[in-house]
Design a protein around this ligand. Structure first.
Ligand code: MN
Length: 434
């Protein structure tokens, strides 16, 4: 990987002397942290560049990208190589997604899948590039940690990540994945939706009972944070929660907590990832980028967007709870129309499918209007091997639409005029695979 990165940097350096550079990155946490690292690296390198964050890399969007520029893609484009091949300019792709087709002549690919090396997020690739160029860029390691958490690559830590964590001076602690781990535990528990703990989430009295069961003492009239718990206290807390939620949710909620330095304070990388993700989802990409690079005003704006985003999620969950949906054997179709935003329908279906009340093997499909289209998100509860990508694929064959995603999480966009036709096809597809 190191050799591929070094070669790419040499090429970029050479090209930058005759051509302007345009960076295109994805709007999720990994994409935004990638852009922040790469942008700062370019700035310190003395290179000028323009940067664009995009939600999706569609053919139409690709057509708008100027051939007068060297194009650098971060956290996307591995799946779009045939389209990139048509662009008459040099292209670099720093990405970790699957490469389904041959790499065209004009594309330099920086992707860990090429070398069978360990999985790395795009932010980690960008960080390795930045570090190669200038040791001063080691101060950007915290962004690679946020990107890692954003892409959920933290469960099986590879040696490369161990090194990045050290360089970011990360505090790693095993335990319960409630966040932020830096906030007094009573508050974190009260607002915990993942895992959702019956009679504790949303109930301060329930929180106090749980804390009593777990024998977690108060200190100076303040509840300890997760980060401050001793190993015994952490163990007791997990036992007390295990009595209240199903085994499946508990297993998903155990792992490493990562605490990094951010704005001169200790901060939970998961919380920061959620904050950046929220800004991206709400369409405020420049706020998200500025937060990554330490802008104080942007941080305040981001906090407001994050709160608003969480409120939208809660309103969406409430809508789902209070309305009836199309359901059949082991499936539910939530046709939210304009009641839930297209940018959060995926998150809502994910949250519902991992909740304790959702039976293993159940398929959840959410539909939300996205201007003249409908955004469709499909998820399956648990790891049963039921293939939601295929189910969606079979449903859109007749009506049109490209399915993206994988076995247990997939999505697509369909024409709004095909709403009823799609639901009919979808039900047929669901029943035939059950
Ligand atoms: Mn990624």
């Amino acid at each position: 990987m190191q050799q591929i990165i070094s070669n790419a940097l040499v090429k970029i350096n050479k090209l930058s002397k005759t051509k302007p550079i345009k960076i295109i990155s994805h709007f999720d946490t990994d994409g935004i942290t990638s852009a922040a690292i790469f942008g700062r690296m370019m700035q310190r390198w003395g290179k000028t560049y323009t940067l664009q964050i995009t939600r999706e890399l569609e053919e139409e969007y690709c057509a708008t990208l100027p051939e007068t520029h060297v194009l650098i893609f971060l956290n996307l484009a591995s799946g779009m190589l045939p389209i990139l091949a048509q662009k008459k300019t040099e292209i670099f792709v720093f990405d970790h997604h699957e490469i389904p087709t041959q790499i065209p002549q004009n594309v330099t690919m920086i992707n860990p899948r090429l070398t069978k090396s360990e999985p790395l997020s795009s932010a980690a690739l960008c960080y390795l590039a930045a570090r190669t160029l200038n040791p001063q860029n080691k101060d950007l390691a915290y962004l690679a940690v946020i990107g890692m958490v954003g892409d959920q690559l933290e469960k099986n830590l590879s040696p490369q990540y161990e090194e990045i964590l050290r360089e970011a001076e990360t505090v790693v602690k095993r335990g319960l994945l409630l966040y932020p781990a830096t906030r007094p535990l009573d508050k974190t528990l009260e607002y915990s939706s993942n895992p959702y703990i019956p009679n504790v989430t949303g109930s301060y009295r329930g929180v106090l009972e749980l804390l009593r069961d777990a024998r977690i003492p108060r200190e100076n009239d303040r509840c300890k944070t997760l980060l401050e718990l001793t190993d015994t206290e952490m163990g007791n807390l997990i036992t007390a929660i295990a009595m209240r939620i199903p085994q499946r949710s508990l297993e998903q909620s155990l792992g490493n907590l990562y605490v990094i330095k951010f704005f001169h304070q200790q901060a939970d990388a998961r919380e920061l990832s959620a904050l950046i993700n929220a800004c991206g989802k709400m369409g405020h990409h420049s706020v998200a980028l500025a937060v990554c690079l330490g802008n104080k005003i942007a941080k305040e704006q981001a906090e407001r967007l994050y709160t608003e985003y969480k409120q939208q999620l809660i309103a969406g969950l409430k809508y789902v709870q209070e309305n009836t949906h199309i359901s059949g054997p082991q499936y539910t179709i939530i046709n939210a129309q304009d009641k839930i935003k297209d940018t959060i329908i995926g998150t809502i279906t994910s949250m519902l499918s991992s909740s304790a009340t959702c039976e293993e093997g159940t398929i959840l499909i959410g539909l939300a209007y996205a201007q003249d289209k409908i955004k469709v998100s499909a998820r399956v509860a648990g790891r049963t091997g039921r293939n939601v990508r295929e189910i969606l694929h079979n449903a859109v064959i007749k009506i049109g639409g490209e399915v993206k995603g994988h076995l247990n999480a997939a999505g697509c966009l369909i024409e709004k005029t095909k709403e009823q036709a799609f639901i009919t096809e979808l039900q047929a597809s669901l029943i035939s695979t059950n």
